[in-house]
Structures are given as structure tokens and as C-alpha cells.
Design a protein around this ligand. Structure first.
Ligand code: SF4
Length: 507
């Protein structure tokens, strides 16, 4: 009979969360490497190069792959023969592990969890509580899978109660374009079929914990209807041409996972949950012999891809930037920004726009005239860092504020991730502004371009405060031009149906 100690559970969960904050899984690295090798779209290839370069930098530097270090999701299978040396209950042990991991001074992770979600939304400050799924199983061990799920990809989860005669693949194909690029593709899709409403969602999430093996499946051929479905969805989704970051390209999904469960004769519950470029999970077993020992991946696993800042991009000086210069930016063009920019995301926009709409002055020192804003909520710095990993957040959450910002603050342009809504694209064209994207899932690489940082307004908002960053050669892509052309429309159109016939190499 195994005796599971409280200290081992806590230490193992804490180690696992630190581990996945900076190590992609080996299967994910290899699949992303294959996607890079196959990609023909220059913009998508550049984005994947940044993701791979960032991934290796994080593995070497032990800093988070993404500034959004996720909501913690834990699957625990408790062997029924296990005995405990513990004073806390299992949930409290897991949450203590989360707390220790996110507050670890050597690699402090961003606390993103808010309590009272419908009203106050106050940050719990240590990223607790985790979402914990527990199952009793035969055996004498504790089997734990720890994941940290990014908000951008979790926000794109979809569920439907289909008619039993409906096609699951057709429904997924309808949903994926609706997800846009806020889930930071390339990544994975988890599909849950059957059970009840909540069971289908859980199956979809659990399926994402499995390793990427679509290459092997394609090579050997399907042996079941579910495997046929995986291949069908994988090929049809990639044929949509959405590509890395929605820029248009060959690879949108690296794999599609499907789990099913018997359901009611009148029902066909279906869920799809995407996992992003910062796919993070690890599995371990505790059998009473001590905490989990997680082995770092071999650095030779990473493909020899080294993104460099000057590979054909236009250099742009932010200080003194004019609308005339912005008007020359081309859709999909890669830029390297240098100079000073302001930051802001949801909470700061809400306050700024309330002041602008009521004709009140902005806080002392906050002036957007002639400036560019970056939608970001960085990780706190450690050691000599100026700022921690600082990738873009999903821009369309700021859409409702954009007309006010462009019309009343003198703001010139914006940097974020994923597509803007049609009204925002129209506002951008009306104000001869532009919208640029940085790569979601390349946060540590982006933060290396930040040479100075100071808080300008709303320090009480923490990571949501307005900062002024001084950047050098910060890589971005022109996503909406001053004429209102959006690469998130034109890119996928150009690459639609190009995926068909491309072989998937298996290593
Ligand atoms: S890669 Fe994108 S979706 Fe994933 S955690 Fe980072 S910002 Fe969020």
C-alpha cells in the first residue's frame, strides 16, 4: 500500500508548474519544427520561427514561454489503494503547489486568476485556485497531469448540442473560423463527443493532454472511425489557410485529438477546445517514494531555427512617427519598431476612455498624442530583467474603446494579437491609423526588445498599469493598414486549400 505524503504532492505540483512554464513538450517542439519546415507563407513562417526561437530561449533561460502563464488545470487519478500522510485535503495540497510555483522568486509567474468573476474580479495574487478534476481508479499510485491553459485559447472554447444525425467534422469546421486567431495558432484542437454537456467539455480538455502523434497516424492509416475523424478534421482545418497567428499559411493545427463517451439517444453533445502556441502540460505519478522527478528535455530536440531581427523587415522609428509614414505600411509587412511606446489593456482602457468621454484630463504625464499603444500585461521581471516576458494580448477586447482612443486621444497605432472586428477596422481606416500584431507565444523573445520600462499611470492595476516601454527592433507584422486592409481576411483567403497534398514527415 503506497503512503502519499502531503509534502510530495505540493512539491511535485509546484515543480510541474515551473517546468511547464518554460519547457514545451518534446512532441510539441518536433511538430512545430515540422510545421516550420513545411510552411510556405513568409509571414506564417516568420511567426513560427519566433515561436521556436522563443521556446528554446525559455528552455535555456527558465523564463515563461508566454506572459499569460495560464489558469491551472489538474487531472488527478487517485489509486483506491493509496493511504495518506496529510493534514490538508487534496485540493488544498494542489493549490499550495500552485501558490508556491507562481510566487517562486527565481521565476515568478503571472497571477491571472480573479475571484468574484461576474463582479469585482479581484486578482487572487497567487493564481489559485486551480481547476481540479479527481477520479478514483484501481491501484496504489497518484497519477497527476498538470496543465496551465492560456486565457486567449480557453476563450475560444465552443460547445453545441447537435442533432444525432449532424456531422461533428462539419460543426468543427464551422467553429474554427469563428475562433479567429486569438487562440494563437498553430496549436491543437481537442474534441469531446458525447456524455452530457459538461462531460463533452471535459473530454475535449482531457484530450489535449495526449501527445501529438498525427504524423504517425497519417503514416500508418486510421484503425477506427474516431481516427478517421481526427484525420478529416486535421486536413480540413489546415485547408482553411488560417495559418500561424491567423496570417494565412499551411499549418493551423499540429494535431486534432478526439475523446468520446456514450450519450443519450436524443443527444450529440460536442465540444472543441483549442490549445495554443504555449501548450503546457506534464504528467507524473507518485507512488510513495518521494516527489516527482521531472527530466528537462534535451536541447538537441529543438530544430536549428534561430529567428533574427533583421531578416528583411523594415525598421521604424516610433519617436516622430507620422500618419504619412503609417500610410506606407503594407499588409503583412514585417516591421522592427524602435523608440518609445505606451502600454495598456482592458482595465486601463476602461479608465482612459471614461475620462476622455467625460472630457476630464488624463492622469499627469499620460498623453497618447502621436504615440503607439501595445496591448500587453507583462510578467514581473526577475534579476536584471527590465521586464518579464511581454507578449501581446488579444486585441479585439479593446475594440469597444478604439474609436474613442483614435478619435479623442491622438493615438496613432496599436499593437496586439489576432484580428480586429469590422467596426474597428473601419475606425482604423477612418483615422488613417494602423494595427500591428506581435506573435502570441513568443513573449520572452519580444521582451528582449524592451530596453527600458517605467509606469506612467494607474500603478494600482499591477500588470494592467500603463507603462512606457523603450524598445529596440521589436518585431511586428502589419495586420490592418491605414486603408483598412486586414491580413486576417486576405491571408487565409490567399492560402485556402493550399494544404492539400502536402506530405507530413514523420521523424
Ligand atoms: S500563446 Fe496566446 S493563447 Fe497561449 S497563453 Fe500565450 S497569449 Fe494566451
Amino acid at each position: 500500500m503506497s503512503l502519499i505524503r502531503e509534502a510530495d504532492v505540493i512539491a511535485s505540483v509546484a515543480d510541474a508548474l515551473q517546468y511547464i512554464s518554460y519547457y514545451h513538450t518534446p512532441d510539441f517542439i518536433q511538430a512545430m519544427g515540422r510545421a516550420y519546415a513545411l510552411e510556405k507563407s513568409p509571414a506564417a513562417r516568420d511567426a513560427i520561427a519566433q515561436i521556436l526561437t522563443n521556446s528554446r530561449m525559455c528552455a535555456e533561460g527558465h523564463r515563461p514561454i508566454c506572459q499569460d502563464t495560464g489558469i491551472v488545470v489538474v487531472f488527478v487519478k487517485v489509486g483506491m489503494g493509496v493511504t495518506w500522510a496529510a493534514e490538508r485535503d487534496l485540493e488544498s495540497m494542489v493549490n499550495e503547489g500552485v501558490r508556491r510555483a507562481y510566487l517562486d522568486p527565481a521565476n515568478k509567474l503571472r497571477a491571472s486568476i480573479v475571484a468574484d468573476p461576474a463582479f469585482k474580479r479581484s486578482n487572487t495574487r497567487d493564481n489559485t485556485p486551480a481547476v481540479i478534476h479527481t477520479q478514483l481508479v484501481p491501484g496504489e499510485a497518484l497519477d497527476i497531469t498538470v496543465a496551465a491553459k492560456g486565457g486567449g485559447s480557453e476563450n475560444k472554447s465552443m460547445f453545441a448540442m447537435l442533432n444525432p444525425s449532424d456531422s461533428v467534422a462539419d460543426w468543427v469546421l464551422e467553429m474554427v473560423p469563428e475562433m479567429g486567431a486569438g487562440w494563437c495558432p498553430p496549436g491543437m484542437l481537442g474534441v469531446g463527443i458525447g456524455g452530457s454537456a459538461e462531460k463533452a467539455m471535459l473530454l475535449a480538455k482531457e484530450s489535449l493532454m495526449e501527445p501529438i502523434d498525427i504524423g504517425e497516424l497519417l503514416a500508418r492509416g486510421p484503425k477506427s472511425k474516431l481516427e478517421e475523424l481526427r484525420i478529416e478534421i486535421y486536413q480540413r482545418v489546415n485547408s482553411l489557410g488560417i495559418g500561424a497567428q491567423g496570417l494565412g499559411g499551411l499549418t493551423t493545427v499540429l494535431d486534432v485529438k478526439v475523446l468520446d463517451h456514450p450519450t443519450h439517444a436524443a443527444s450529440l453533445p460536442v465540444a472543441v477546445i483549442p490549445n495554443c502556441a504555449a501548450t503546457r502540460h506534464v504528467h507524473f505519478t507518485l507512488d510513495g517514494t518521494g516527489p516527482a522527478c521531472l527530466v528537462p528535455p534535451d536541447l538537441d530536440l529543438w530544430p536549428k531555427v534561430h529567428w533574427v531581427a533583421d531578416a528583411g523587415a523594415r525598421r521604424v522609428a516610433l519617436d516622430g512617427l507620422t500618419r504619412a509614414e503609417i500610410a506606407t505600411w503594407q499588409p503583412g509587412e514585417r516591421l522592427l519598431l524602435s523608440g518609445k511606446m505606451l502600454t495598456g489593456r482592458d482595465a486601463a482602457h476602461k479608465r482612459i476612455c471614461a475620462l476622455l468621454d467625460s472630457g476630464e484630463p488624463l492622469p499627469d504625464g499620460l498623453d497618447f498624442a502621436g504615440r503607439v499603444i501595445y496591448y500587453v500585461g507583462p510578467v514581473d521581471p526577475v534579476g536584471a530583467e527590465i521586464v518579464g516576458p511581454a507578449g501581446p494580448t488579444t486585441a479585439n477586447r479593446m475594440d469597444r474603446f478604439t474609436e474613442t482612443m483614435l478619435g479623442k486621444s491622438g493615438l496613432l497605432a496599436m499593437v496586439g494579437k489576432a484580428e480586429r472586428g469590422p467596426e474597428t477596422v473601419a475606425a482604423i481606416a477612418r483615422h488613417r491609423s494602423a494595427y500591428l500584431i506581435a506573435v502570441g507565444g513568443a513573449a520572452f523573445l519580444v521582451s528582449n526588445a524592451i530596453r527600458a520600462s517605467r509606469v506612467v499611470a494607474f500603478p494600482e492595476l499591477g500588470m494592467e498599469a500603463v507603462y512606457e516601454f523603450e524598445v529596440r527592433d521589436m518585431p511586428v507584422t502589419v495586420a490592418v493598414t491605414a486603408d483598412g486592409e486586414s491580413v486576417h481576411d486576405s491571408g487565409p483567403k490567399a492560402w485556402r486549400n493550399h494544404f492539400a497534398g502536402i506530405p507530413v514527415a514523420v521523424e
